[in-house]
Design a protein around this ligand. Structure first.
Ligand code: NAD
Length: 370
């Protein structure tokens, strides 16, 4: 099979370039062993771009991201730029990409590898085998709604304002992503809001219910209040398959769910936009961790979240399920063999650095590929 897919790689700052180097090994393996050729271009974002171009992301990079079949993003953020204005902060790069590409559905899997069940702060029997997907609406809701701001009242005190807004179409498009994903997984969606106290939550529930009845009756739909969902994620997380929710609740619940799995260094994510007239869907894949300035340059970062982000890219942008599953299996086997980076180290295991972990994944890929 020879397929050429356009990939834009944006390593960013801190450990971003370090873990991206390990993904490059896996990309090269795909070309060598599976005949999958990627047309790769790479550019600077975040502090790395600020240092060279004076901005966290250039317009050319946005254009290249639009033209690519998928974007593989590292992480941005560098304490060196802590005092620059809000518009120039390295983190603007990722916010701008999400906005400009209309990436409205953030997919965060929380999956516990058997070998790491002990690493969770919850009991292994609660998290073993956990495999849930949180779909968070990521360009709307209270983080973007207007009016917003801080105003001074006549008596000199102040009032801070943010506005939660969701329209029918915004709710439908993200719910569709969740239902479509559920069809490829356990066929269950739990829709999460606060319809007991928020009108936007009431509309959310009505719209998801109507869409389900119209188009997705084969998927089981349940509803849950966001506060209860937080409790249930800790009490019995395996009850969930796909969770779909708005921006604010998704922000909190996806962080909560990610910690069930033990380490930030293990968790990939995807953010998807709308399918266009030619059937193309803009998509960006990144680990959920940041640039980890505290360990940058030490060669000890865990590259597995970035490698697993590449697996998600193969699955969701290129429908290469077999290759995605192969990478996930290779990661599971490497962990089962006892190799650990410092962040997931436990007694009796063998501690290794970033590049040894990346090499081990490639060796496992070779074995699995026969
Ligand atoms: P962080 O995720 O970078 O680090 C939190 C902790 O987890 C640190 O102790 C770090 O060493 C550890 N860690 C993270 N990833 C790891 C990995 N792969 N292997 C081993 N250990 C890992 O979060 P932070 O410290 O709050 O933020 C640092 C910078 O990253 C900030 O500038 C922040 O704005 C930025 N950030 C960027 C993104 C993004 O690019 N999407 C996301 C989150 C944070």
């Amino acid at each position: 099979m020879t397929v050429t897919k356009k990939l834009l790689v944006l390593p960013g700052d801190g450990i971003g370039p370090e873990v991206m180097t390990e993904v490059a090994r896996v990309v090269a393996w795909m070309g060598r062993a599976r005949g999958i050729a990627f047309d790769i271009s790479e550019d600077l974002v975040g502090g790395a771009s600020l240092a060279v171009h004076g901005v966290p992301i250039r317009d050319e990079v946005i254009v290249a991201a639009r033209a690519a079949d998928a974007v593989l993003f590292g992480s941005v953020g560098d304490p060196k730029w802590a005092s620059v204005g809000f518009d120039l902060r390295p983190e603007v790069a990722i916010l701008k990409l999400r906005q400009e590409l209309g990436l409205f559905a953030n997919l965060r899997p929380a999956k516990v590898f058997d070998a790491l069940a002990e690493a969770s702060t919850l009991k292994p029997e609660v998290v073993a085998g956990l495999d849930i997907m949180i779909v968070r609406e990521s360009v709307g809701g209270i983080y973007f709604g207007t009016p917003r701001g801080i105003e001074t009242l006549p008596d000199g005190t102040k009032r801070g304002i943010n506005t939660e807004i969701y329209t029918t179409s915004e709710i439908e498009r993200v719910a569709r992503v969740a239902f479509d994903l559920a069809r490829q997984r356990g066929k269950r969606v739990c829709s999460v809001e606060k319809c007991n106290v928020m009108e936007s939550g009431l509309l959310w529930k009505e719209v998801v219910t109507a869409l389900h009845a119209r188009e997705y009756a084969d998927v089981e739909l349940t509803h849950m209040l966001a506060d209860n969902c937080a409790m249930q994620l800790v009490r019995n997380p395996r009850q969930f398959d796909v969770i779909v929710t708005g921006n604010l609740f998704g922000d909190l619940l996806s962080d909560l769910a990610s910690m069930l799995t033990g380490s930030l260094g293990m968790l990939p994510s995807a953010t998807l936009g709308a399918v266009d007239g030619e059937g193309r869907r803009p998509a960006l894949y990144e680990p959920i961790h940041g640039s980890a300035p505290d360990i940058a340059g030490k060669g000890i970062a865990n590259p597995l979240a970035q490698i697993l982000s590449f697996a998600m890219l193969l699955r969701y942008s290129f429908a290469m399920e077999a290759e995605a599953a192969l990478i996930e299996q290779a990661v599971a086997n490497v962990l089962a063999s006892g190799l650990r980076t410092a962040d997931i180290m436990s007694p009796g295991m063998a501690q290794v650095g970033t590049s040894v972990m990346g090499e081990a994944v490639v060796r496992e890929l070779d074995k699995l590929n026969g």
